[in-house]
Design a protein around this ligand. Sequence first.
Ligand SMILES: Cc1cc2nc3c(=O)[nH]c(=O)nc-3n(C[C@H](O)[C@H](O)[C@H](O)COP(=O)(O)O)c2cc1C
Ligand code: SF4
Ligand code: SF4
Length: 252
Amino acid sequence: MSNVIKVYFSPSSTTKKVVDQIASNFTQEKETYDLLNFDSEKEFAGDDIVIVGMPVFAGRIPKSGRERLAKLKGGRTKAIAIVNYGNAHVTDSLLELVDLLKENNFNVIAAGSTVSHHSIFSGVAVGRPDAQDIEKINDFAVKCREKIESGASLESEIPGNRPYTDYKQLPFVISCDDALCAFCYDCVSICPEKAIPEDDPIDTDLDSCSRCTACIHICPEDARMFTGEAFEAKKPAFEQANSERKEPEFYL
Ligand SMILES: Cc1cc2nc3c(=O)[nH]c(=O)nc-3n(C[C@H](O)[C@H](O)[C@H](O)COP(=O)(O)O)c2cc1C
Ligand code: SF4
Ligand code: SF4
């Protein structure tokens, strides 16, 4: 009996939401690899169906997510590849994800880019994925099921270029309000870059921080946030430039 395996790197939880939604269209038992918490080698095999979700970070999949995903090997397991972006640009991220899965011996049968609330610029794609997105995601999942039954692989061309666009470090500051911090250390545990010192969660090493947002999202006191001149200056123009709704795109 095959299982449906959910694999995602999802600092602010919307990629997880999309992967969960696709998986809900399958009746098989579910297994989860949350790559913010799972950083080990693993080989899948047999009839399992692996649904892999990555957010888009500056046109790529996140470097840490990539490194952790690279430790998972497919054994020709069928895979569905999803990149989830904040209504700005997908750039080379979906091509990168599909390439990586194929390199790791997954049999990619379908792929897609979905739109979710922008995890840095809160005014972009507010409330997404919404009911319209969910309907499209469910239609896609049904087509994936049919494709798995037919035994076919991915036939569509995936947009993007090789070599992929260079990694970019965003210039925004992540800060912590020490008056709000309750010293629970959840942010220290979740940070994939070990950028928050174990003995001082108020601090952030901005050289190693990828601005992934996991610490902001997990903080129960809302003590962590983007701040600084570069962020405040960019926000209105970015929100204006990306206000027009983009739609999910699927490839079979
Ligand atoms: C560091 C960083 C870079 C991002 N770069 C892009 C981008 O290039 N294009 C885009 O549309 N959204 C971009 N986003 C927004 C995320 O892709 C989007 O909010 C996604 O839903 C986040 O997924 P998560 O909720 O699983 O963390 C970026 C977000 C972060 C934190
Ligand atoms: S400190 Fe930076 S890398 Fe670490 S969780 Fe926060 S945003 Fe992500
Ligand atoms: S998660 Fe929030 S409250 Fe907990 S240590 Fe980090 S900043 Fe402080």
